[in-house]
Write a protein that binds this ligand. Structure first.
Ligand code: KG4
Ligand code: ZN
Length: 334
């Protein structure tokens, strides 16, 4: 069989990324230009700054991805692009770059959902087996997704307020840790020997939904009370208390869903899946249950274009073709 190469582009948030994927499962090149340094001093992603960086970087990362793959545009089968959800200005830069490239080289484009991308990051590591449960935890999403087969996504639970990563980043701010806070809290939690007791939010008994804003408020109140009393508190103990609560709720709900839906495989995806505490808890829980559990390497958990290429390749094979009228879809549904 002749090799199929897909060029993928991702600009939905604060990473400008391009990759080349071979036959849907092999990474040939994977370039990520991070903007984190530019957003750090604002404590979060500033949409206007993100767009400006994407404009500067997008052509460069595309050229690098092709150069590293040692391929010409004529070797490609299609261009996969993140169509949504995300920041509208940021999405549009990638989409316009993808459309221009595809038009110039007479290639089809395929619009990919960012979360489908996070889930398909796993296809770059080992074959996906269905039915499957995906726990998607990122800066913008906290979702439990049931997949009966390729391209079929059933949302069985989601956050009702803050995403897990968003809660991490906000709690990190309270603790004066740099943005993005997730990795810093993760590290502190591991150093801690004690944990402050924070609540677990389970919602209704049978619900697969999540809520993290109450936990975030509990951390803020804790700090406020300690400050008022003029008492010192240990940031690592707060970090561990917060992380223990997030990890316990995510793991318990994922385990219950995996049992109820009788899945053959569970995968974790998204930036927060880089969390060591969460990875360990999920690995242990599913090992006990004898359900295969996978999480991609750290580099494929956070935003990248390789995952968009993996999802795009499956869609391309299924005959999906995007239009040259494609627009950014900030609120795109899975
Ligand atoms: O998937 P991602 O790169 O971007 C979105 O699509 O949102 O996820 C970014 C999020 C940030 O909130 C960041 O703090 C969090 O992932 N994150 C972590 C860790 N590494 C990244 N959260 C907890 N522990 C980590 N080790
Ligand atoms: Zn993401």
């Amino acid at each position: 069989m002749e090799n199929q190469y897909i060029l993928a582009i991702e600009t939905s948030c604060d990473e400008t990324a391009a990759a080349v994927i071979q036959n849907g499962t092999k990474i040939v090149s994977n370039i990520v230009a991070s903007q984190i340094e530019s957003h750090k001093r604002f404590g979060g992603v500033v949409p206007e700054i993100a767009s400006r960086h994407h404009v500067e970087q997008v052509t460069i990362v595309i050229e690098e991805a092709l150069a590293e793959a040692q391929l010409q545009p004529s070797d490609l089968a299609a261009v996969a692009i993140t169509e949504g959800p995300g920041l509208v200005g940021a999405l549009l830069i990638g989409i316009n770059a993808a459309k221009a490239f595809a038009w110039a080289h007479q290639l089809p484009i395929v619009g990919v959902h960012h979360i489908a991308g996070h889930i398909y990051a796993n296809a770059l590591v080992q074959p996906m087996e269905f039915p499957l449960l995906a726990l998607v935890v990122s800066g913008g999403h906290t979702e439990l997704v049931y997949m009966k087969e390729h391209g079929h996504f059933e949302l069985i639970g989601e956050t009702r307020d803050d995403a897990a990563g968003e809660a991490y980043d906000k709690v990190a701010r309270v603790l004066n840790l740099p943005y993005p806070g997730g990795p810093h809290i993760d590290r502190l939690a591991h150093e801690a020997e004690e944990a402050v007791a924070f609540p677990r939010v389970w919602l209704e008994e049978d619900s697969y939904d999540f809520s993290f804003s109450g936990l975030k408020s509990a951390v803020i109140n804790y700090k406020h009370n300690m400050d008022q009393r003029g008492e010192e508190f240990i940031a690592a103990h707060v970090a561990k208390g917060f992380q223990d609560s997030v990890v316990e709720v995510l793991t318990t709900k994922a385990l219950r869903a995996a049992r109820e839906y009788n899945v053959k495989q569970v995968i974790a995806a998204g930036g927060v899946a880089a969390n060591q505490g969460l990875r360990t808890a999920l690995e242990q829980a599913f090992k006990q249950e004898d359900i295969p559990f996978y999480v991609p390497p750290l580099k494929l958990c956070t935003d990248n274009a390789a995952m968009i290429g993996a999802a795009g390749a499956k869609m391309y094979e299924a005959g999906v073709r995007g239009s040259m009228m494609m627009n950014g879809r900030p609120g795109m549904e899975l």
